[in-house]
Ligand binder design. Structure first.
Ligand code: SF4
Ligand code: SF4
Length: 247
């Protein structure tokens, strides 16, 4: 199965993925079941992959209300285009798995199947955490040691017996609250991620949603992403040592 894992990774990288992992979903099955239901929870593994966002665009997010080009560039190149690339990658990886005789469910990179709970079928961030690619920060984003939260993710669920690439790594948020403090809607409670706790203990998705609706009504489709911008991990102006050392 190592050969299949290597082929999947090579394909993901050739399609532009900057991060690749295989996640054991067993330890978080209950959470996956709660969010996505029986079908999603029936897969023991996820292939997880991510594309790094462009710092030159993310670094300008604080100006998004004053300079229209910031939102236009972010929404096009750090959201729509990256999501399309992730969807194509999911389709290609699932095709490879199926051709090798395994079940494979490619998921959309960005979708909301439950308009009440404002969530997707699977948390791609949770899958990436299970693969050892980062930790879930107080922003509910997956924070990688290399690029902080400046990564978008997607997953393919499978029953192929692949070796996981890692295990969840230690939370390095420490006493930092930069994402919590910067959110214009106070959507975060400041609590650290705990597997057993629902997302609502850390994040009020409705506050974020309402903010986007009000921005869209007032000025057309507008970016926020300040929680992603604020994180010292991945920020060029904070220096590499902070990103590596934690707080
Ligand atoms: S996108 Fe903006 S409003 Fe939504 S949680 Fe992040 S900082 Fe808050
Ligand atoms: S900004 Fe600070 S608290 Fe928020 S995710 Fe990043 S390291 Fe964690």
């Amino acid at each position: 199965m190592k050969e299949l894992r290597d082929r999947l990774e090579a394909m993901a990288c050739s399609l532009g993925a900057d991060f690749f992992g295989v996640a054991d979903l067993g330890p978080v099955r209950e959470e996956i079941l709660r969010q996505g239901g029986e079908q999603v929870a029936s897969y023991p593994l996820a292939i997880t992959f991510g594309i790094r966002l462009f710092d030159d665009i993310v670094d300008r997010l604080p100006d998004r209300l004053y300079d229209r080009t910031v939102s236009v560039n972010y929404l096009n190149q750090c959201y729509d285009t990256v999501n399309s690339r992730l969807d194509v990658t999911a389709s290609r990886l699932a095709g490879l798995l199926q051709a090798a005789g395994h079940r494979a469910l490619p998921l959309p990179s960005s979708e909301r199947y439950d308009s009440e709970r404002l969530c997707a079928q699977l948390s791609h961030k949770l899958a990436a955490r299970q693969a050892g690619l980062g930790w879930i920060g107080k922003s509910c984003l997956l924070v990688t040691p290399e690029a902080g939260p400046r990564v978008r993710w997607n997953s393919v669920l499978t029953d192929a017996r692949l070796e996981p690439t890692g295990r969840p790594i230690e939370d390095r948020c420490g006493s930092c609250t930069e994402c919590v403090d910067m959110c214009p809607q106070n959507a975060f409670t400041g609590r650290s991620f705990i597997e057993a706790e629902p997302r609502e203990a850390r994040y009020d998705a409705r506050k974020c949603e309402r903010y986007f609706e009000s921005l869209d009504a007032a000025r057309g489709r507008t970016a926020c992403g300040l929680c992603l911008y604020a994180c010292p991990f991945g920020r060029r102006d904070r220096g590499k040592s902070q990103g590596e050392g934690g707080f």
